[in-house]
Design a protein around this ligand. Structure first.
Ligand SMILES: O=P(O)(O)OC[C@H](O)CO
Length: 540
C-alpha cells in the first residue's frame, strides 16, 4: 500500500563523493521527528553529506505531547557523528541551526534537563489559556497586538509557566539558576554553553514585542515567566557562541546563524525578497508570506518575526489543519491508501464537487472548531474520480484562503508561492494551486530547505551570498507552474468553495468571507482543534 509520494531513504548518512571547495558549514535541522545534519559548502551551498537520526515523542495523556531534551541532544550528536564520519572528518568553518518552534525545554545552568520538553502540539494549557482570555480580554488583545499571536496553548509562554510550576522553585527562578527556552536556546546551551535565544524563535513565545524585538516585561509578568530564566534575545546572524570541547564537533567552531525551521525554509526559498511566500504541504500546511512591518495581521493569521539581521524581517503565517491529511483520508477510502493512485484517479475528473476536510474543525483563517467535514455537490453521476479530484481541490483552496486573509489589509502581497513538502510531487495539485491562486507556484526540488536556509544565512557571515549571487551551485532543480485558468472560471470555483466552507461552518451559504469576524481566532497551530481534555493543573 503506497502511503507516500516518493520512496523513502533508509540510509543513515550519505556523502556526495565529490571534492570540497573551501569552507564547510555544519547545518543542523532539529525537528519534531528527527534531527538532520548536513555538511554544506559555504561558497556554493552544495550539500556534500547528510544524516538524520530519529527523536522520540510521547503522548502521556490526551492533549499532552512530550519529548526528552537529552534524547534531542543525543540524536543531534549522533546525526553530527554520522555526517562527519561520512565526509571523513572535515574541518568546519561554522555551525548553522534551524529548529522546531514553540516547543519548550527546562534545564539548569549546567545544561542538565530538569523536565520534559513540552512539544509545540502540546495542548495541556488550553484550559488555562481559555480561562485567562475570558478573565482578561484586554490582556488577550494586548498579547495579539504586541506579539502578533493569539493566546493559544501552542505557543511557548503557557508551556514555560507550566514547566516552571512543575519543576522550578521561586528561589531558582529569582536567581536564574533554572532556565526555560525554545529548542534553539537548549541546543545553544549544549553546543556552546551560552544562554541565548534567536529572535525569530523568541517571536513564537507570546513574550516578544514584535516592534522592539525584545522581551515584553509586562507579558513576562502576566505569564509568570521571570526575565531571569529567559535567555537574552540575539540576532539570527549573531556569533551565537563557539562549540565546547568534549562534544562531537571540534571545539571553537562558531555558531553563525540560527533560524526557526519554517522561517528558515522561507529564507531559503525567498531570501527575504518582497512578494515571495511559501507553503509547506505536509499533514497540514504552513503558509508564510513576508510582510512590510510588524503590523497586526488580519484576523485569522499571525504576524511573526521571520528573522533579525541588520533589520527585522516580518512575516505573516497561517496553518491549515488538514491538507495532506485530506489526501490521505480520501486515499484510504478510494485507493487503499495509495496517494499516487489517488492522483491518477483525480486526473480523470473535472472540478465540481467540493470537499471540506474539517475533520476536527477548520484552522487558519477560520479557526472554527465547530465546523464539520462535508462533501457538497454530489449528484447521481458523481464518480470516484470526482471524489478524488475534490480532495486535491480542497488542499489548494485552503492555501488560497490563507493567502487571501494575509493580503486582506494590503500590508502583505504574494506574487509567487514557493511550494515544498511531500505533496508537491503531485503535478495535479501544483497546477490546481497555481490555477486557484492565479499566481505562479515555484515548486522546490529541495528536501532540506530549513537546514539550507540556516546554512545560507551562516554563509553570508563568511562572505558568501547565494541568495543574491549567481545562485546556489548544485541546487536541486525546481519547476515553475504557471496559472492556466481564466479569471471568471477561477472566481466561480473559489465562490463554490466558499459556499461549501460556509455550509461546513453552519453559516449562510452565500457568505463570502475568508475570515469570520464572529468567531474568536483561536490559534495558528495545526493542533488548533485538539481539545485538551485535561485541564492545566495550574492557572496562568
Ligand atoms: O518539527 P517540524 O518540522 O514539524 O516543525 C514544527 C514547527 O516548527 C512547529 O511550529
Amino acid at each position: 500500500m503506497g502511503t507516500t509520494w516518493t520512496p523513502g531513504s533508509g540510509a543513515a548518512a550519505s556523502a556526495s563523493g565529490r571534492g570540497v571547495d573551501g569552507a564547510l558549514i555544519l547545518a543542523l535541522d532539529q525537528g519534531t521527528t528527527n534531527t538532520k545534519a548536513l555538511l554544506v559548502e559555504a561558497s556554493t551551498g552544495r550539500v556534500i553529506a547528510s544524516a538524520a537520526r530519529r527523536v522520540g515523542i510521547a503522548f502521556p495523556a490526551p492533549g499532552w505531547v512530550e519529548q526528552d531534551a537529552a534524547d534531542i541532544w543525543a540524536a543531534t550528536e549522533a546525526a553530527v557523528d554520522d555526517v562527519l564520519r561520512a565526509a571523513d572528518e572535515p574541518a568546519l568553518a561554522a555551525v548553522a541551526i534551524s529548529n522546531q518552534r514553540e516547543s519548550v525545554a527546562v534545564w539548569d545552568t549546567d545544561g542538565v534537563s530538569r523536565g520534559p520538553v513540552l512539544g509545540w502540539q502540546d495542548a495541556r494549557t488550553a484550559g488555562a489559556c481559555a480561562e485567562l482570555a475570558e478573565r482578561e480580554p484586554a490582556l488577550a488583545a494586548q498579547i495579539r497586538s504586541r506579539t502578533g499571536l493569539d493566546l493559544d496553548p501552542m505557543f511557548s509562554a503557557p508551556k514555560m509557566r507550566w514547566l516552571l510550576d512543575a519543576v522550578g522553585s521561586p528561589g531558582e527562578m529569582r536567581a536564574g539558576s533554572i532556565r526555560v527556552g525554545t529548542i534553539d536556546t537548549y541546543l545553544l546551551a549544549q553546543l556552546t554553553g551560552e544562554h541565548a535565544t534567536e529572535a525569530g524563535n523568541a517571536s513564537r513565545t507570546l513574550l516578544l514585542d514584535l516592534a522592539t524585538q525584545t522581551w515584553d516585561e509586562e507579558l513576562c509578568e502576566a505569564f509568570g515567566v521571570p526575565l531571569a530564566v529567559l535567555a537574552p534575545v540575539r540576532r539570527s546572524d549573531a556569533l551565537l557562541g563557539r562549540t565546547l570541547a568534549g562534544g562531537r564537533i571540534p571545539a571553537g567552531v562558531p555558531v553563525l546563524s540560527v533560524l526557526a525551521d519554517s522561517h528558515a525554509a522561507l529564507y531559503h526559498h525567498a531570501g527575504g525578497r518582497p512578494g515571495e511566500g511559501k507553503a509547506t504541504y505536509g499533514t497540514g500546511s504552513s503558509v508564510m508570506v513576508g510582510a512590510a512591518s510588524a503590523e497586526v495581521a488580519p484576523s485569522g493569521v499571525a504576524a511573526t518575526l521571520a528573522w533579525l539581521t541588520d533589520a527585522p524581517a516580518f512575516a505573516r503565517e497561517g496553518n491549515v489543519v488538514a491538507s495532506g491529511a485530506a489526501l490521505t483520508w480520501m486515499a484510504q477510502i478510494l485507493t487503499d491508501g495509495d496517494l499516487l493512485a489517488l492522483g491518477a484517479l483525480a486526473a480523470q475528473a473535472e472540478p465540481g464537487l467540493a470537499f471540506v476536510p474539517a475533520f476536527s474543525g477548520l484552522g487558519a483563517p477560520y479557526f472554527d472548531r465547530g465546523a464539520t467535514g462535508l462533501l457538497a455537490g454530489i449528484t447521481g453521476g458523481t464518480t470516484r474520480a470526482d471524489l478524488a479530484r475534490a480532495a486535491f481541490e480542497a488542499v489548494a483552496h485552503q492555501v488560497c484562503d490563507v493567502v487571501e486573509a494575509m493580503e486582506a489589509d494590503g500590508a502583505a502581497h504574494l506574487d509567487v508561492l514557493h511550494a515544498d513538502g511531500g505533496a508537491t510531487a503531485s503535478v495535479l495539485l501544483m497546477q490546481t494551486q497555481a490555477d486557484l491562486l492565479g499566481r505562479p507556484v515555484r515548486v522546490s526540488g529541495e528536501p532540506e530547505a530549513s537546514a539550507l536556509g540556516a546554512a545560507m544565512l551562516g554563509a553570508r557571515s563568511l562572505g558568501h551570498d547565494w541568495a543574491t549571487g549567481a545562485g546556489r551551485a548544485g541546487a536541486a532543480a525546481h519547476r515553475v507552474v504557471e496559472p492556466a485558468l481564466d479569471a471568471s472560471a477561477r472566481t466561480a470555483r473559489r465562490e463554490a468553495w466558499r459556499s461549501a466552507v460556509a455550509r461546513s461552518r453552519g453559516l449562510a451559504a452565500t457568505t463570502r468571507t475568508t475570515t469570520s469576524r464572529t468567531t474568536t481566532p483561536r490559534t495558528t497551530a495545526s493542533t488548533s482543534n485538539v481539545e485538551a481534555t485535561q485541564e492545566s493543573r495550574r492557572t496562568l
